[in-house]
Write a protein that binds this ligand. Sequence first.
Ligand SMILES: Cc1cc2nc3c(=O)[nH]c(=O)nc-3n(C[C@H](O)[C@H](O)[C@H](O)COP(=O)(O)OP(=O)(O)OC[C@H]3O[C@@H](n4cnc5c(N)ncnc54)[C@H](O)[C@@H]3O)c2cc1C
Length: 434
Amino acid sequence: MEQRAPSTGIKVIIVGAGFAGLTAAIECYRKGHDVVILESFPELKPLGDIISFGPNAGRIAARWGNGSVVEEIFPLVIRNKELRFYKYDGEFITAQQVPPQNPEAPFLNGHRGEIHEVFFNHAKKIGIDIRLGCRVLEYLEERGRAGVRVNGETIWGDVVVGADGVRSKARELVLGYYDKPKSSGYAIYRAWFDSAPLLKDPLTKHLVENGDTHTGWLGPDVHFLAASLKNGKDFSWVCTHRDEADIEESWSYPGKIEDALKVIEGWDPVVRRIVELTPECVDWKLVYRDPLPTWISKEARTCLVGDAAHPFLPTSIQGASQAMEDGCVLAACLQIGGKENVPMAVRAYEKIRYERVRRAQLLGEETRDMWHKADFDKVKQDPEKIKLKREDWLFAFDCEANTYEVYEDVVKELSGQPTTNIGESLPKQAAVAA
Ligand SMILES: Cc1cc2nc3c(=O)[nH]c(=O)nc-3n(C[C@H](O)[C@H](O)[C@H](O)COP(=O)(O)OP(=O)(O)OC[C@H]3O[C@@H](n4cnc5c(N)ncnc54)[C@H](O)[C@@H]3O)c2cc1C
């Protein structure tokens, strides 16, 4: 069912069963570590709407269950041939062709909850100990071990992985202070619904009647992306816009259709009709965070992965992918390092990941600005200016193979160095949002 390397005897405690936690767990299992996942939600619910995994992450999932995991996801994901771009008033700009799927490193864009369920079920099927209803209240660390307090019990392991999302509690132990989010100045209305009403309407029918489509409308400081999936049966849209509200961090709050319509006042009637026909939407405030100076604790036995370490702007289209890469690299580092060298393996994990993640984070701001500040006269002359970048350094990367390749050199570099904040040695970048 799943290939597994010989046992390393390393006990890994993972907090959080999102994409970061599940990937870390499956990869740790594959590398021969003993894993337990502690997750606060009491039962699995297919929450969320559209989420994207680049080929760099698809490559990780494609190795699971001899390819069976990705086979199960394929019917759930969008199968469009192109991404069509329009100016906000409805003028067609350009179509960006979608490269053919590579089964060894596929793009996976679909419903977050549905893909999450496939990951979760696979982890359960291979026998990973997933304990639901377990909210970790405290992270502990002593020389030689790390642990958590949960449901009145203390559980110790060789390493604790904080995969606990944007509101990470593990982050407090790692940083030594509470990292307060700020308003980013942007929010997103988002929706997912059955496309039947769109099929009946002459203005929107073309988006769903002939299989899957993906369309973007760009305006000053606003963009609107719409996708039809499952042969046009499901429909999803997201609209990123200015919003100064500073509310408590969450992935979603109920939104109002009339508010979303105000944001696209005067836009292409097709966009307006999509929103008018939407039964409900969520209002996702993008809070702002400075990049963390480090993702690992002083003793290097507690580390952060995924959103806990590095929240992403959705326009990077890499948040979930980088969360998966984290888990894959960490598991490989622990395997190469072995039980006697857990802290060095954890430091190597951070060193291998940090700069790559920062580079991917920056794409979020680049893409947002490219769309929100588009000069349409220039774009008409050169439509390449608004196409999504699909660069090899990001997509063609095999994070697992790279870890085996660079681990020894990284350890040599780290040996003798104190565990300082890695972020201090790198150039500053603008903050990111979640
Ligand atoms: C319910 C939900 C819906 C989302 N919907 C979308 C979406 O539609 N589109 C999109 O692009 N992104 C969505 N996201 C965000 C997206 O999943 C992440 O940005 C990305 O996948 C990185 O995942 P992660 O595992 O690092 O974090 P998350 O997916 O946030 O997972 C963190 C997990 O940790 C658990 N947790 C937190 N604190 C504790 C604790 N103290 N003890 C135990 N468990 C804890 C949480 O319950 C959660 O399951 C959603 C996230 C969530 C939680």
